[in-house]
Design a protein around this ligand. Structure first.
Ligand code: ADP
Ligand code: ADP
Length: 230
């Protein structure tokens, strides 16, 4: 099993605050790595560093062995390979679900419009929104909008998907449909890092649980080691 995403003694500071302290963590291909821990422990920052939304001050993060900071690496290409979904959906309000999904592939990757549309439709079907392709975000529930956001990230054909508390802003009855999409992705072999408070998901879908506290990884192990049997 090869390491796809590697955090090697990563240090992150916000001013004088040491937010990630020599964090080392390897995510293997097809692995679902669930990151848990108290609020403020650095979970979100860890994901944001992996997507270069935040710069790191020490250590290295590698995708497929290539450091994200490699001056010779195509950083845009690297970033495309790391899909990210956030708590807030951040869809373009004046674009349809399909347009939201195809926008980046069209603009960033210069893909032919028919191909982008075909792939976008396929992805929206995959997240259960085949009937909502031409709906605008305000015509969709929060759960549906979040599923569009997942399809949008997948449209770049990422090698790994990062999920940062993607169900935390949803009404409780909408959480399940989003987790179900994530579960299907995991079953299909997508490599994933998931920050979540949904312990049922962590136990059932996670291959590995990473417990963070105060900017450090304090424990990692199989779900059985972390959770009592249901
Ligand atoms: P978690 O996701 O585990 O709740 P975060 O990664 O959001 O933790 O935050 C880790 C620490 O970094 C917290 O102390 C938080 O206040 C701090 N932090 C996060 N983002 C910033 C920022 N942009 N500027 C300053 N401090 C930040
Ligand atoms: P989350 O934990 O879901 O990332 P937060 O409420 O901790 O959300 O942070 C919301 C935003 O504020 C993020 O962009 C984060 O980087 C930033 N942030 C968090 N803590 C601080 C802080 N102490 N100082 C400045 N910005 C912060």
């Amino acid at each position: 099993m090869s390491h796809l995403l590697e955090f090697d003694e990563v240090d992150k500071y916000f001013g004088d605050t040491h937010v990630l302290k020599q964090v080392s963590l390897d995510v293997d291909e097809t692995e679902v790595c669930v990151v848990i821990g108290p609020s403020g422990s650095g979970k979100s920052t860890l994901l944001r560093c992996a997507n270069r939304l935040e710069e790191i001050q020490g250590g290295e993060i590698r995708l497929d062995g290539v450091p994200l900071s490699d001056p010779d690496a195509d950083i845009n290409r690297l970033r495309q390979q790391i899909g990210m979904v956030f708590q807030s959906f951040n869809l373009f309000p004046h674009k349809t679900a399909l347009e939201n999904v195809t926008l980046a592939p069209l603009k960033v990757r210069g893909i032919d419009e028919d191909m982008a549309n075909a792939r976008g439709e396929e992805l929206l079907e995959q997240v259960g929104l085949g009937a909502q392709m031409n709906s605008y975000p305000n015509q969709l529930s929060g759960g549906q909008q979040q599923r569009v956001a997942i399809a949008r990230a997948l449209a770049m054909d990422p090698k790994v998907m990062l999920f940062d508390e993607v169900t935390s802003a949803l009404d409780p009855e909408l959480v399940g449909e989003v987790l179900e999409v994530m579960r299907t992705l995991a079953d299909d072999g997508m490599t994933m890092m998931v920050v979540t408070h949904e312990m049922g998901f962590a136990r059932e879908v996670g291959d590995r649980i990473v417990l963070m506290a105060d900017g450090s990884v304090v424990e990692t192990g199989a779900p059985e080691q972390f959770f009592e049997n249901p």
